[in-house]
Design a protein around this ligand. Structure first.
Ligand SMILES: Cc1cc2nc3c(=O)[nH]c(=O)nc-3n(C[C@H](O)[C@H](O)[C@H](O)COP(=O)(O)O)c2cc1C
Length: 219
C-alpha cells in the first residue's frame, strides 16, 4: 500500500484519518449525545436503594371460609412488604377489582383444598380473567399458596393447578425460597403453623423482589 507518489500518499492519509474519525464517533457518540442521562445499567441494580425504585403493586387474592388461607395470605403480604417501594393489596376473592388486577405487577393466589382441588370460587375468578375482564396478565409475576386438612389431601395439587393457570395466562412464576429444595408454592396444614407462615412470607418476598427487578430493568 505504501507509495512514493506524494498525491497518492496524501489521499491515503486522508482516507485513514476519515476512517478513524468515523470509528471514534461510533464509539463515543452515544455518550456525547446522551451524556450522563444515558444509564441503562441493570447490572448495578441495588435492592437496598429504594430511591431508584418505581412503586410496584403486589396483589394477593385469596378465598378462605374458616380463616386458614387468610392467615397464609397475611403472611404472604408481610413478606412482600419487606421489599422497598412496594404497595401490597390483600383482597378476598369477592372484593378484588378489575383495576387492581390490571395494574398489579405481581398476583399471588391462595385457596383451600376442596376435594383435592382449588375452591370453586377461585376457579371462577381465574375463568373471569378472560370471560369477564379480558385482561392480559402476560409478564406479571405469579405465585400460589394453599391450605388443606390432610398431609396428602391435595394441597400441593392446588398449588400446581394455580401455577398452571397462571402459566397459561403468560405469567412468570416464582415460589418461596424457604427450605432445602425449591417449592412450587407455599402450603399449610390445618391448623396453620409457623413453618408454613415462614414459607408464605418467603413467597411474598420473592415475588415482590422479582417484580421489582423486572419493572426496574425492563420497561
Ligand atoms: C368442602 C370441603 C372439602 C375439603 N376437602 C379437602 C381435601 O380434599 N383435602 C384436604 O386436605 N382438605 C380438605 N378440606 C379441608 C380444608 O382444605 C382445610 O380445612 C382448609 O385449611 C380450609 O381453608 P380455610 O380455613 O381458608 O377455609 C376440605 C374442607 C371442606 C370444607
Amino acid at each position: 500500500m505504501y507509495s512514493n507518489n506524494k498525491s497518492v500518499r496524501t489521499i491515503l492519509d486522508i482516507t485513514c484519518y476519515l476512517f478513524f474519525t468515523i470509528i471514534l464517533f461510533f464509539l463515543t457518540g452515544p455518550y456525547l449525545l446522551y451524556g450522563s442521562t444515558y444509564k441503562f445499567d441493570p447490572i448495578t441494580y441495588n435492592d437496598s436503594d429504594s430511591t431508584k425504585h418505581t412503586e410496584i403493586s403486589i396483589l394477593i387474592v385469596y378465598y378462605s371460609f374458616t380463616g386458614n388461607t387468610e392467615k397464609m395470605a397475611k403472611a404472604v403480604a408481610e413478606g412482600a412488604q419487606k421489599i422497598p417501594g412496594v404497595n401490597v393489596i390483600t383482597r378476598t376473592i369477592d372484593k378484588v377489582t378489575e383495576t387492581e388486577l390490571k395494574h398489579a405487577d405481581a398476583v399471588l393466589l391462595g385457596s383451600p383444598t376442596y376435594y383435592g382441588n382449588m375452591a370453586g370460587q377461585m376457579k371462577s375468578f381465574i375463568d373471569d380473567w378472560w370471560l369477564k375482564y379480558k385482561i392480559s396478565l402476560v409478564n406479571k409475576v405469579g405465585g400460589a399458596f394453599s391450605t388443606g386438612g390432610d398431609q396428602t389431601g391435595g394441597k400441593e395439587h392446588v398449588i400446581h393447578s394455580l401455577v398452571i393457570a397462571m402459566m397459561n395466562a403468560g405469567m412468570i412464576l416464582v415460589g418461596p425460597l424457604e427450605g432445602p429444595f425449591g417449592l412450587a408454592g407455599a402450603s399449610a396444614l390445618d391448623p396453620v403453623d409457623e413453618k408454613a407462615l415462614k414459607e408464605a412470607r418467603s413467597l411474598g418476598e420473592h415475588a415482590a423482589s422479582v417484580a421489582q427487578r423486572f419493572k426496574n430493568t425492563i420497561r
